[in-house]
Design a protein around this ligand. Structure first.
Ligand SMILES: *Cc1c(COP(=O)(O)O)cnc(C)c1O
Length: 468
């Protein structure tokens, strides 16, 4: 399998190439040159019960001959053995026809673990083969840092440095990062804001000499391998719940459009998926797009669901590529217009094409709290604000024709205890393995908002030399 850029200029690469590159050289995102196809007959032969066996079967056409099947099997087993639930993505029906799929049983209690636990291992494997090492640097406002750290901890070929604003992330979020005891994990508390942290990371990448010397890299949400890893639970849910000749719909709490795009990919591959419901909070750039055909950025407002507080959904470019019939120059023009003016519009026919598959629902903080309270009152179930948005959207969408709806639950309630307690009166407990989180020893370095100091710290603490 070869991958090409959504902007049509960059060189096509194989799986290993796109894994390591992340972003394409022309600024675009990588996509497979064609979608592997699984028709009904092929689907009946898939091992849909075992998460890792299904993943293996789905990944083989994407990975091609870049990774040996036996190596891939080991990585899959290891990645998903760290999940609390052997099912990885267990489902339960909360009312007739409305199912919740729990994607938060990984180490950091959010759905990003599903992809990152595998991607960290894929990176390590490919780097070892190439006898290379990388240094990952990233900034976090609290939420994504721990998923990246858990993905990279103990990986031989990777050192990871995560910057967070000192005193401005919640204690649970900080401790999920700073209590990881691996030698290759480095937490830096910056005396500054989250924006300062982001600026420092950008400045490190822009310092060409430093970037080359450290082999700087990122595992960001546009990496193709993250999308690929997320296709599995859509295929699995569809295979498990679709009835003869029918399909299932998915409701997806959405920020960067990465998760719901994986659902689109599963549909393109032939799995019985009907509609994809894009659920947003008040930061509703996507809802407005699906209503009007115009993508127009506004300022981000903070909500109860911070992981969806986004005004630019970077993975949307992958869908835009299909709406532009694979015309990379057209995609590049629209994205450039968006960069310059904060908006772009598609033609009515393109909007109709998108609306043939996607619905969109906006749930504000009041609606989020109401859904959390309702679920607790009706079934004793505690859900986090992101998951509540997905479930409320799924409920609003449920059709009379009996098509099952699967709402994706993207975070564990204990990840957002204050919001859950405010809505339900109950403070959710951390899962057993994290119960002593508040007693564990922390490791972090406090540094000033100063590029020279940070670069010196990274240089001094990364493990030098070639990978063995
Ligand atoms: C990242 C995240 C989302 C949004 O997913 P995208 O792939 O960015 O659309 C939703 N919920 C939670 C809890 C997240 O961490």
């Amino acid at each position: 399998m070869r991958y090409r850029s959504t902007r049509g200029e960059a060189q096509a690469l194989d799986f290993e190439g796109v894994l390591l590159a992340g972003l394409a050289g022309d600024g675009g995102l990588y996509l497979p040159e064609h979608w592997p196809s699984f028709d009904r007959e092929a689907q009946t032969r898939l091992p849909s019960r075992s998460y890792t066996e299904l993943a293996q079967a789905l990944f083989e056409p994407f990975v091609g001959n870049t990774i040996l099947p036996a190596d891939l099997a080991v990585m899959l087993d290891e990645a998903y053995a760290v999940f609390d639930d052997p099912d990885v993505a267990p489902m339960r029906e909360i009312e007739p026809g409305l199912h919740v799929m729990e994607l938060f049983h990984g180490p950091t209690l959010a759905f990003k673990d599903v992809a990152l636990q595998l991607v960290g291992r894929l990176f390590d494997h490919v780097l070892a083969k190439r006898r290379k090492r990388i240094t990952i640097v990233g900034a976090t406002s609290g939420d994504t840092g721990s998923a990246a750290i858990e993905a990279c901890r103990d990986r031989e070929a990777i050192d990871i440095f995560i910057l967070h604003p000192k005193g401005r992330v919640s204690e649970v979020q900080r401790r999920q990062m700073t209590t990881v005891k691996s030698v290759n994990v480095h937490n830096i508390a910056i005396e500054g804001s989250f924006d300062d942290c982001q600026d420092l990371v950008k400045a490190m990448f822009n310092d060409r000499a430093f970037r080359a010397e450290m082999s700087l890299s990122a595992v960001n949400s546009i990496n193709w391998a993250r999308i690929m890893a997320q296709i599995v639970y859509y295929a699995r849910g569809a295979l498990m719940l679709s009835r003869e000749g029918g399909s299932v719909d998915f409701a997806v709490p959405t920020g960067n459009f990465g998760n719901v795009y994986a659902g689109y990919a599963a549909k393109r591959m032939g799995f019985p998926i009907g509609r994809l419901i894009v659920a947003s909070n008040r930061n509703d750039i996507l809802t407005r797009f699906f209503e009007s055909g115009t993508m127009a950025a506004e300022t981000v407002v903070p909500t109860l669901s911070p992981s969806m507080d986004i005004q630019v959904s970077s993975n949307f470019e992958r869908l835009l590529y299909d709406l532009c019939d694979g015309d990379g120059a057209k995609v590049a023009r629209l994205i450039a217009e968006f960069r310059k003016t904060g908006r772009f519009s598609v033609e009515p026919a393109q909007l109709a094409q998108a609306r043939a598959i996607f619905d969109s629902v906006r749930i504000d903080d009041e609606g989020t709290k109401a859904e959390m309270a309702r679920l607790y009152r009706d079934s004793g179930m505690l859900v986090d604000p992101h998951s509540a948005i997905g479930i409320a959207a799924g409920r609003a969408h449920k059709t009379k024709d009996g098509t099952p709806v699967i709402a994706l639950a993207t975070a564990h309630p204990a990840k957002f205890p204050d919001a859950v307690e405010a809505a339900t009166g109950v403070r959710p407990a951390l899962p057993h393995r994290l119960a002593d989180l508040l007693q564990r020893e922390e490791r972090l370095t406090v540094l000033p908002n100063d590029l020279t100091a940070i670069e010196a710290h990274v240089r001094a603490h990364r493990r030098a030399g070639e990978a063995a």
